[in-house]
Design a protein around this ligand. Sequence first.
Ligand code: FMN
Ligand code: SF4
Ligand code: SF4
Length: 252
Amino acid sequence: MVGVYLSGTGNTKHCMELFCRSLDANVKLIPIEDAQVVEVIKTADKIVIGYPTQYSNAPYMVRDFIIKHSKLWKGKQVFCLVTMGAFSGDGAGCTARLLKKYGAVILGGLHLRMPNSVCDSKLLKKPLEQNRELVAAADRKIKTSVANIRNGKYPQDGLSAFAHIAGLLGQRLWFYKKTQGYSDQLKISSKCIGCGLCSKICPMGNIHMEQGRPIPDKKCTMCYRCISSCPQQAITLNGDRVQEQCRFEKYC
Ligand SMILES: Cc1cc2nc3c(=O)[nH]c(=O)nc-3n(C[C@H](O)[C@H](O)[C@H](O)COP(=O)(O)O)c2cc1C
Ligand code: SF4
Ligand code: SF4
């Protein structure tokens, strides 16, 4: 079994590690941006694909990857694991439908509520204790799901027709434009000290350094990794000010 994931602030990485390693101690886990990912997928019959929902959709980067490598999926058994701040409707269904179109057999889907990674919006912030309880509840759900899978019953979160409608009407239709391509909205303020961290950690290679200054390109997948890690809180995307940087380690 192979686990492939995109994780901006660490939530999905944590859930994938717990889920996949509980199912198969020898699982190979690999971030979707790793140069070896295609070769690793080729070697496996069973794949768990994990990502955070964005506007009740899968991040554009994940859909782009699936489409670009459309020949990779034929005959593969795929399970979709999706993390979210509150609700996604058919977060798992968004990739499941695409993968099925390219010949994959969908085993199931799992939706997990985790702390919200959008850290430049006051509206979405929760107290630390509440976020810690979300993580503990997600861990419990993962353990129950693994036990059910061992008994031959895969969870089917986000895969029904009802979930599809809930995802569309809940958010996807209203935020359609936000998830139809990569973003060019990243802003870097004068607080930046030119440390280069954002450039090193971006999964898209979207930030390059020029004369000690970070220059963002137009290929941001809105993962919030750089925004949550910048030591100066100099980066924003959807909001104008970082409220509190979100990183999984704070909540475990
Ligand atoms: C651009 C963006 C859009 C998001 N949209 C949703 C959403 O529609 N519904 C939701 O419940 N959470 C939403 N979230 C929250 C993330 O899905 C959630 O925090 C996820 O666990 C982050 O995982 P990560 O740390 O692995 O990146 C969004 C996050 C981002 C960055
Ligand atoms: S991580 Fe922050 S301080 Fe460092 S280069 Fe990037 S924007 Fe500047
Ligand atoms: S620029 Fe920042 S938010 Fe955008 S993809 Fe890179 S790390 Fe993620």
